[in-house]
Design a protein around this ligand. Structure first.
Ligand code: APR
Length: 171
């Protein structure tokens, strides 16, 4: 499986495309959105003003060819379709990446900052959506770029729960 989990700053990450946890206006914000716009420079904002929805732009001064902007769901307790919306964000970004000839894609942990999606639950949805997609499209490589040690830990724990748990021997 071409999926890695690392800790770092996605604005410094070299990939064909990085994903921005944006809002529906695509006109910038705080968190990873603000960081991406600061490093990319004013050209990115100018291009975003021409778009709406989950969209792809150039990377400008970032070390990536494209930025894929996706508004994640705002956490409202979990009973409002948040998990389905979050999974759909990951799938839409990967589909858009493939359509634009990308082979390497880096994600931040969408919705787990300003939008307050609980980290462990978000990690579960993200890793499941990405691995399901990669099984169908093994030519893609994906990196989850976790900003904090806590996020890195959450993604590693969930990864182990989902895919690397060894069953005890039954003799
Ligand atoms: N690199 C990687 N991850 C980062 C970085 C960075 N430079 N900066 C922040 N993050 C992480 C946060 O720690 C969090 O885990 O990205 C995750 C998503 O947090 P937010 O950026 O707050 O995104 P989100 O929760 O989806 O909220 C989106 O915030 O900035 C606004 O315009 C944006 O309104 C939208 C909302």
């Amino acid at each position: 499986m071409n999926l890695s989990i690392v800790q770092g700053d996605i604005t410094q990450f070299h990939a064909d495309a990085i994903v921005n946890a944006a809002n529906t206006s695509l006109l910038g914000g705080a968190g990873v959105d603000g960081a991406i716009h600061r490093v990319a420079g004013p050209g990115l904002m100018a291009e975003c003003k021409t778009l709406n929805g989950c969209r792809i732009t150039g990377g400008y001064d970032l070390p990536c060819r494209y930025v894929i902007h996706t508004p994640g769901p705002i956490w409202r307790g979990g009973g409002h379709g948040e998990a389905a919306q979050l999974a759909s964000c990951y799938r839409s970004c990967l589909t858009l990446a493939l359509e634009n000839g990308c082979r390497t894609v880096a994600f931040p942990s969408i919705s787990t900052g300003v939008y307050h999606y609980p980290l462990m639950q978000a990690a579960h949805v993200a890793l499941k959506a990405i691995t399901d997609f990669l099984r169908l499209h093994p030519q893609l490589s994906v990196t989850m770029v976790c900003h904090s040690p806590q996020a890195l830990h959450a993604y590693q724990v969930v990864w182990n729960m989902l895919y690397q748990e060894t069953k005890p021997h039954e003799d």
